[in-house]
Design a protein around this ligand. Structure first.
Ligand code: SAH
Length: 546
């Protein structure tokens, strides 16, 4: 299930929203900007936001009148099919109303939320009320063969017919079904491929594992091998391959095409596919292991809105999070099953190796950086650790770097476009490089008339370096050169100051500040709100045309 979105309209709903968030710790609380304080993320237009979330397939929990939700989503409802669960919950938590998404498990959610709020869910689905379960939404490990036939089946059942169960359907034991061995209607559970008859609800158990070797057309070959064996493709639970071939792309493509997980074990498959059918649906998580994943992610400067969606998705799916404590906290909240490994900021290589050790065990690991992970952050250390290692298990890990909005870009955007032309990015920290190199680069970059972005401008252990840096820049640049100081940009209490090179002194800057120094063409003018726009035009000297 995608993580639900909890949408609130008024401050009074926040307490109820937090209680619901306890049930779905990955869920974000979306609050109306200007009206709500303390939400996880802000929106400005209720209707647009709700429709967008719905179209993305996110389960929606709206803390407002059911009517508002219905009216808002109405234009999107004509197409019935795969719709996410949509619930209206009373602001004070006194009522939970499942509205849409019966097949998306809305009634299950309604019961879960109602239990957390200590009220009864307003279940109105007749099949569910009568039988105590949604027959069309079997539990994980089972798949319904045909939804349209299923609907007809349930309405026949509601009309008063009895039913017999063929095969093993343990989840139906508690259900309140009118069972009769002679019934015309049958619920059939089995992995054999068959055409569902009109009087039959056909459910495939996911009991089949296919062991395979890499190669072209693998998905097609699995499909036809299952077909020849008379087994339904819907019963396929996973593909299994040798742990020595974890990085092989044909295996991953086949698993993706078949919509099943790919697991690895110490097997040596031949050219022939090996089909195993179990008695019960397979618990895939206990079969061999997954390919480990390591994602080095950038959180952006801080605000949730500035985090890229791929990073959000990665945080939702990971099993382990590593990073400097402040960033790990910024990346949260995490679920109880997600392990947080907080370390000191300086132990970069050690943290990188720890990440590979975890990922090589098959875990899904995230290493967090602020801003972009490739800008004075963890990505280079992680790749360096891999380069230094000859452990094949490390090289088999699914390693990906997911970018973020770097502090220089986030600061520049707030000031206007100070980096609108060529610019140079530098860290002023001499912890990992000699100060003489920094001086040389400062000198040449200033001479080259590049706008400058300084990361790590100053710290308690590096008190004089910024002053020296500014002296070097001042040799090549006028005192009236615009300077932007962004502090805690995208975080609570952020400040943005526009000053000049002549007026800039190191005491105005700390380690949470981004320093942007203009080039000879950077200019400023007043904004209507009393602030200052700063930009560096894209032309140089004389306008040269497009
Ligand atoms: N990977 C990060 C940079 C890490 S270096 C990125 O891409 O943004 C740390 C330095 O970045 C800090 O000393 C500060 O100069 C700058 N910085 C990071 N986050 C910032 C923020 N939210 N506001 C202003 N400066 C920030």
């Amino acid at each position: 299930m995608m993580r639900p979105a909890i949408v609130i309209l008024g401050q009074g709903s926040l307490a109820t929203a937090r209680k619901i968030q306890q049930v779905y710790p990955g869920a974000l609380i979306h609050g109306l900007a200007g009206r709500i304080e303390g939400a996880d993320t802000l929106y400005s237009e209720f209707g647009t936001t709700l429709r967008q979330l719905y179209q993305q397939g996110a389960p929606l929990i709206a803390l407002c009148a059911a009517g508002i939700v219905i009216r808002t989503l109405a234009p999107l409802l004509l197409e019935k099919g795969e719709e996410p669960a949509v619930l209206a919950v009373a602001e004070d938590g006194s009522a939970v109303v499942p509205l849409l998404g019966g097949l998306g498990g809305v009634n299950v959610m309604a019961r879960e939320i109602a239990a957390a709020l200590n009220v009864a869910a307003a279940i109105t689905t007749s099949g569910e009320l009568r039988f105590g379960t949604c027959l069309l939404n079997p539990p994980s490990g089972y798949e319904l063969a045909d939804l349209e036939l299923g609907k007809r089946f349930v309405s026949d059942l509601l009309a008063g017919e009895s039913v017999r169960i063929e095969g093993a359907a343990p989840w139906l034991e508690q259900a309140n079904l009118p069972q009769d061995q002679q019934a015309r209607l049958a619920i059939h559970v089995g992995s054999a491929e068959r055409k569902p008859a009109a009087n039959e609800l056909l459910i495939y158990p996911k009991t089949v594992c296919v062991t395979c070797a890499p190669g072209p057309y693998l998905a097609e070959r699995v499909r036809s091998a299952l077909g020849e064996a008379g087994i339904a493709v819907q019963s396929l639970a996973c593909l299994l391959a040798s742990h020595k071939q974890m990085a092989d792309s044909t295996l991953h493509e086949a698993a993706l095409a078949l919509g099943v997980p790919l697991r690895f074990a110490d097997v040596q498959p031949g050219a022939q596919l090996l089909i195993d059918v179990a008695e019960q649906p397979l618990d895939v998580s206990k079969l061999g292991r997954a390919r480990g994943r390591l994602a080095v992610i950038g959180l952006g400067p801080g605000a949730a809105e500035l985090m890229v969606p791929a990073v959000k998705a990665e945080l939702a799916r990971c099993t382990d999070v590593l990073g400097y404590e402040t960033y790990v906290r910024m990346a949260g909240p995490f679920r109880d099953d997600q392990v947080q490994h907080c370390t000191d900021n300086r132990e970069e290589m050690q943290r990188a190796r720890h990440a590979f050790e975890l990922a090589a065990q098959g875990r899904s690991v995230v290493v967090v950086s602020s801003g972009d992970p490739g800008v004075f952050a963890m990505a280079a250390a992680v790749i360096e650790a891999l380069h230094e290692s000859d452990d094949p298990a490390w090289h088999q890990v699914d390693l990906e770097i997911l970018p973020g909005v770097s502090a220089s870009l986030a600061t520049a955007a707030q000031a206007g476009a100070p980096l609108g032309h060529d610019f140079c990015v530098m860290s002023l920290s001499d912890n990992l490089k000699p100060w003489s190199i920094i001086e040389k680069r400062l000198d040449l970059a200033s001479q080259a008339d590049l706008a400058l972005a300084f990361y790590n401008p100053i710290s308690r252990s590096r008190p004089w370096q910024l002053g020296r840096a500014l002296e070097i820049v001042a040799l090549h640049r006028m005192p009236q050169t615009p300077v932007v100081l962004g502090r805690d940009i995208g975080r609570p209490g952020q400040t943005l100051r526009v000053t000049t090179l002549g007026q800039l002194t190191p005491d105005q800057v700390d380690m949470r500040t981004m320093v942007l120094i203009g080039s000879s063409t950077t200019c400023t003018f007043p904004r209507a709100d009393g602030g200052t726009w700063v930009y560096t035009p894209r032309w140089y000297g004389e306008k040269t045309g497009a």
